[in-house]
Write a protein that binds this ligand. Structure first.
Ligand code: HAM
Length: 430
């Protein structure tokens, strides 16, 4: 036997049951986001590396350590997209967003790639469900976006979530803070962790959300971004928090939250869940008022978020309203070689009536067919032997209850449909 070829580290397969669940989650996203006027955007998985260097930032972990980058046959530097915002903005600038009526609202669903250490909830190919509002800078937009996000998560049954929110200020506020923070940390650099010492040069703001204990001690007396906020940034932030509170969306202010991507301005937020622990967030997002201009477009403000779909599904509560069914209503079992063709025809009739049908092979034998249906979690079996075919009948058998009735073919679809409906009604009530 040849050696087995294994999956690439950090990638996963979704088998049908799981893939169905993913599709259900995506359907809820499409419905909820659609009700807020968002339309889908699909961007390429491959982009020029330069897009992320400029958009996300050269000194970020994502660009510095985690991208899957390569040179193509013509010497172009390309990367698998590590995130969705820079590609969306790149695509919109190229499509001429400056001349469109603004604001515009987009959502996206798809795979992203980061070379991270794989563990539960962290993959090298992971998936995001994201949304972006382009062309509106008012605080109500921030509040509406976060409200939509909470509605979506609520519809999936997610309740135990905490929204962490902060402002990183506008460009001027950030520059003033960066200078003050560097001036404070420089004389204390020996006390910092190795990672933070490196960041002191490249991206000192990121030191604030370091998880290292020695950094926490140094940061205790550090200047705070809040002290350097412009009046406009402060007013924007207070208005966002007030609008969210008025909607009943509870938020926790967290002034250490700066996010790991360079494009953010003003509002930033994350959603964490007790189940994921402090290291990993379920959702990350924020404003990026300068990114459109930085990528060659006009000065257009924007805000968005991305939910980690893998984490979202792994932490769905047990009582999530999403169904778990086998995906099949009944199995047609032909009895005897001569019944095969008619069984195929019957299966087609039932599918035309909207039922989900699996056709078993007559070679298996009835006893084994029933066992097989049971293993597959199928509740109803339709037995079709030569006698039934001659009388234009079929036998409908319930696997768990063991009851069976022989009914005219003309009534079969109706009987099965009401039996399936009744069973799912009972499930919903229990
Ligand atoms: P991010 O915080 O880098 O933001 O990623 C958003 C979410 O993607 C995270 O909260 C997490 O759930 C998920 N995620 C990230 N890396 C992995 C991984 N290796 N495995 C599993 N899940 C992961 C962004 O990507 C921004 N583009 C969000 C945004 C949109 N900001 C404005 N608009």
């Amino acid at each position: 036997m040849s050696d087995r070829i294994r999956a690439v580290k950090g990638t996963r397969v979704l088998l049908p049951d799981e893939a169905e669940r993913w599709a259900e989650v995506e359907a809820v996203a499409r419905r909820v986001f659609g009700s807020y006027g968002f339309g889908e955007i699909r961007t390429p998985i491959l982009e020029h590396t330069e897009l992320f260097v400029r958009g996300v930032g050269e000194s970020t972990d994502i660009v510095g350590k985690e991208m899957y980058s390569f040179t193509d046959r013509k010497g172009r530097q390309l990367s698998l997209r590590p995130e969705g915002t820079a590609p969306v903005v790149r695509a919109l600038v190229e499509a001429g967003i400056g001349s469109w009526p603004l604001p515009q609202r987009f959502y996206y669903v798809g795979p992203y790639f980061r070379y991270e250490k794989p563990q539960k909830g962290r993959y090298r190919q992971f998936h995001q469900i994201g949304a972006e509002i382009v062309g509106d800078e008012g605080p109500l937009t921030d509040a509406e976006l976060i409200t939509m996000l909470m509605r979506f998560l609520g519809e999936l049954g997610h309740a135990d979530l905490e929204v962490l929110i902060n402002t990183v200020g506008d460009v001027e506020s950030r520059a003033a803070f960066r200078a003050a923070l560097t001036a404070y940390l420089e004389p204390r650099r020996e006390a910092l962790s190795a990672d933070s010492r490196r960041r002191l040069k490249t991206n000192p703001l990121r030191i604030l959300d370091s998880k290292a204990e020695r950094d926490a001690e140094v940061l205790d007396g550090a200047p705070r971004l809040e002290e350097h906020l412009s009046a406009a940034s402060r007013a924007h932030f207070e208005a966002v928090v007030a609008a969210l509170e008025a909607q009943g969306v509870a938020v926790s202010r967290r002034d250490s939250l700066v996010r790991g991507l360079d494009y953010y301005t003003r509002t930033v937020f994350e959603i964490v869940s007790a189940e994921l622990g402090a290291q990993d967030s379920l959702v990350g997002g924020g404003r990026y008022d300068d990114l459109v201009a930085e990528l060659g477009g006009p000065q257009i403000p924007a805000i968005g978020f991305a939910i980690g779909q893998d984490r979202l599904i792994e932490t769905l509560p047990d009582d999530s309203p999403l169904g778990r069914d086998s995906g099949v209503d009944a199995m047609v079992v032909p009895i005897g070689e001569g019944s095969g063709t008619e069984a195929l025809r019957l299966a087609e009739e039932l599918r035309s009536a909207g039922l989900r049908i699996l056709l078993d092979s007559p070679e298996r034998g009835v006893g084994k067919s029933l066992k097989h249906a049971d293993r597959c979690g199928i509740e109803w079996v339709i037995l079709l032997g030569e006698d039934e075919i001659a009388r234009r009948e079929a036998t409908l058998k319930e696997l768990t209850g063991g009851e069976q009735v022989t009914v005219p073919r003309s009534e079969l679809a109706g009987r099965l449909a009401s039996a399936v409906d009744a069973a799912s009604g009972v499930k919903e009530r229990s």
